[in-house]
Design a protein around this ligand. Structure first.
Ligand code: G3P
Length: 220
């Protein structure tokens, strides 16, 4: 499973990229707005940090405008994946942009029916939002399971990107459900490292070693 960071914050992206486990980045208009720089400028800087798919979302709501904006975003860098919302206009724009060879990530997906439409329109990625479904009392992970089954049944090439993930459990459940990609906030990626037995075991190893030798481990 690919791991993407769901942030537009350059410091977080630099830290994540340095660990060598980040395959791409997803952004949305809210995440870009938080950083205070216009979309194109921020996206360009992100492309300099992470070498992988970088999702940049259109902010128009009408097909023709979305297509125009999507083409502009795609020109920023070869790694750009244009994000379109799962609306009627968004699906039409997805079809048009995909026809031009531009890769589209269809976002704000909350049902398998919507995911089926995105695949039929030629989406490169579908982004079902797990956490936001949990927020309204549904089991968001059921959606990931449903979509991966449907896509497998019919051989759709659209990649399932589990989005709106809020915890390490969400990430592992996405992997178990067969999501191709999981995108997560930096905080969640950082939490994936943690296990108390790793800390305890390391402390014991070092204590034992230093007790026995009381010298630098590299001294000959
Ligand atoms: O980028 C889309 C998605 O991952 C947003 O997550 O936590 O705002 O629901 P969240």
């Amino acid at each position: 499973m690919k791991i993407f960071l769901d942030t537009a914050n350059l410091d977080e992206l630099k830290k994540g990229a340095a660990w060598g486990v980040v395959d791409g980045v997803t952004t949305n208009p809210s995440l870009i707005a938080k950083e205070g720089r216009p979309m194109a400028e921020q996206i360009r800087m992100i492309c300099d940090i992470v070498d992988g798919d970088i999702s940049a979302e259109v902010v128009s709501t009408e097909t023709r405008e979305m297509v125009r904006e999507g083409r502009e975003l795609a020109r920023i860098h070869k790694n750009i994946v244009v994000k379109c919302p799962l609306t009627r206009d968004g699906i039409r724009a997805t079809k048009a942009l995909s026809g031009d060879g531009i890769r589209v990530n269809v976002t704000l997906c909350f049902s398998s029916a919507q995911a089926l439409l995105a695949a039929k329109a030629g989406a490169y990625i579908i982004s079902p939002f797990v956490g936001r479904l949990d927020d309204i009392g549904w089991t968001g992970m059921e959606l990931i399971r449903g979509i991966t089954t449907i896509y497998k049944n019919y051989g759709y090439k659209t990649q399932v990107l589990a989005a709106s993930l809020r915890s390490p459990t969400h990430v592992i459940d996405s992997a178990t459900a067969g999501a191709a990609i999981a995108t997560m906030p930096f905080k969640v990626l950082d939490m994936l490292f943690n296990h108390p037995l790793t800390d305890k075991g390391l402390e014991q190893f070092l204590q034992d070693y230093h007790k026995a030798f009381q010298e630098s481990p590299v001294a000959g």
